[in-house]
Write a protein that binds this ligand. Structure first.
Ligand SMILES: Nc1nc2c(ncn2[C@@H]2O[C@H](COP(=O)(O)OP(=O)(O)OP(=O)(O)O)[C@@H](O)[C@H]2O)c(=O)[nH]1
Ligand SMILES: [Mg+2]
Length: 479
């Protein structure tokens, strides 16, 4: 009896005092997800450790955490033990490489990973404080590849419509040159002929090679995203498709595989994982896209717009009409703990690595991102969408230098492998879709800077630009 009462009291305590925020961090490969999460965790831990005693690593979040008396309501932050349901985000390993004697950026990651923090906060009002204990907010942070999101728009299409769109793109430069072997294969294939397993396997391999070739020249709008990874031994047979126009046995077979793939994506990603997020960060490396040239930039723009649209339709439930019986809904192992599905409440689009450009250009960068994403994401009832230009790890200082006889705003940083800081004027950042003339001045450079010195024990936080504003915007309301 007493046990039952204790159990009920514990459940009541959990219900009243615990909250859970599921924050998904995504972006195409190299966008800066791993660095972003490492810095975010490090700065939250440093802030929690200081508990109002001065080391304010995230000023705007601190402001959101201020109680009516002006004092910080933050009582502590710690990393929760991993529950093993998903690969753990290797925070210690990433921090070790950033804070090593010779600091290095963490290596690229491929899989999704999760880290959970416990944030203890005092309640806002004096009455609430008297009636209930401090709140425990569990922040689950998930790192997942944006390439998966690029598959969401694919769910909207029939095989014929997808094929027509994909092939029209592949036949356009610069894709056409990279995809030449696949296009030649298609030219020799009779869609009305019998479905030949060997030819279909060859077509699939060539299509995959074409997508990877496109990725190698900086293109980003590549579907399905899963084809960019090396083929795995346990790939299901329905994955082996490629776009094909026309009717016939081969086209029919490929359409069947395409439909099976759509069901698979819906079931494994959309219906289970995707629905559990309630806050979303979408990181975009616009500077690298500008650096890679017009075709790569336009491809990134298309990817951003499509992802924004996919997220929006996810928010609105527009893609969920799969009609699968309940038994097909795999229980979520993704975020662990109590899973209470709720719609995504807030989304932050972030242009990353903004420490490559001085302050004025950062504003342009933010506006450029807004111009790319807002037409697809904005103007909706539903989630609050914000736009940012940020650097999760600040590797430069702003400065001025004389360039061609005139004072110019620059950033000063040490290029990886060099010893001395140098001034960089990487190029202009357009504040909206770049005009044609932008692409004729090909002087946009993008050095890889050495990460700053970071105190390994995590007590000082990691210098950043704007991480606090993003956090305040995304989770401030729930703390
Ligand atoms: N200067 C600077 N460089 C950054 C910053 N964030 C990321 N970078 C650079 O971008 C590279 C990629 O960052 P990651 O965090 O590994 O990117 P990711 O999205 O996790 O990439 P994948 O794991 O390959 O998908 C890093 O190795 C750094 O060179 C930043 O805030 N400032
Ligand atoms: Mg990564």
């Amino acid at each position: 009896m007493r046990g039952l009462a204790a159990g009920a009291a514990a459940r009541l305590d959990t219900f009243v005092n615990e909250d859970r925020i599921a924050l998904a961090v995504t972006g195409l490969s190299g966008a800066g997800k791993t660095v972003f999460i490492t810095s975010l965790v490090n700065n939250l831990l440093a802030l929690g450790r200081a508990a109002g005693q001065g080391r304010d690593t995230l000023p705007r979040l601190t402001a959101a955490l201020r109680g009516p008396d002006g004092a910080s309501r933050l009582r502590g932050v710690r990393v929760l033990a991993h529950d093993g349901a998903l690969p753990a985000f290797d925070y210690a390993g990433k921090l070790a490489s950033l804070s090593a004697d010779t600091p290095a950026w963490p290596a690229p990651t491929r899989d999704m990973a999760r880290i959970s923090l416990a944030i203890d906060v005092e309640r806002r009002g004096p009455l609430a404080r008297r009636l209930a204990g401090p709140r425990r907010v569990r922040l689950d942070i998930l790192d997942y590849p944006g390439e998966w999101l690029l598959d969401l728009p694919l769910l909207r299409h029939s095989f014929a419509a997808w094929s027509a769109e994909a092939l029209a793109l592949l036949r356009t430069p610069p894709r056409a040159a990279v995809a030449a072997p696949f296009l030649a294969f298609l030219a020799g294939l009779n869609p009305a002929g019998p479905a030949d397993a060997v030819a279909i396997a060859q077509g699939h391999a060539l299509y995959r090679a074409a997508l990877r070739g496109c990725a190698a020249i900086g293109l980003r709008y590549l579907q399905p995203g899963r084809f960019l990874a090396a083929p795995a031994a346990d790939d299901p047979p329905f994955l082996a498709f490629f776009p094909l126009e026309g009717r016939g046995a081969t086209a029919g077979l490929l359409a069947g595989r395409f439909a099976a793939y759509q069901r698979h994506v819906r079931r494994t990603f959309f219906d289970t994982r995707f629905r559990r997020f309630d806050r979303q960060v979408m990181l975009v490396d616009l500077l690298s896209a500008l650096h890679a040239g017009r075709a790569a930039f336009e491809d990134t723009a298309r990817a951003v717009a499509d992802i924004a649209r996919g997220l929006r339709e996810g928010w609105g439930g527009g893609l969920r009409a799969d009609g699968l019986p309940l038994a097909h809904h795999v229980p979520s192992v993704l975020l662990g703990g109590r899973v209470v599905p709720r719609p995504i409440g807030r989304v932050a689009f972030v242009a990353t690595k903004a420490d490559h450009v001085p302050a004025l250009r950062r504003e342009n960068l933010r506006n450029l991102l807004r111009a790319l994403a807002a037409p697809a994401a904005g103007g909706l009832a539903g989630p609050a969408v914000s736009y940012h230009a940020a650097a999760a790890v600040l590797a430069t200082r702003d400065g001025t230098a004389r360039i061609a006889g005139r004072a110019a705003e620059v950033v000063q940083g040490v290029v990886l492998g060099e010893a001395q800081a140098r001034a960089f004027h990487v190029g202009d950042v357009p504040s909206g879709l770049p005009p044609d003339s932008f692409w004729s001045d090909s002087y946009f450079t993008l050095p890889v800077f050495r990460p700053p010195r970071i105190v390994a024990d995590g007590s000082h936080g990691i210098p950043h630009l704007g991480l606090d504003i993003i956090l305040a915007e995304l989770i401030g309301d729930r703390l």
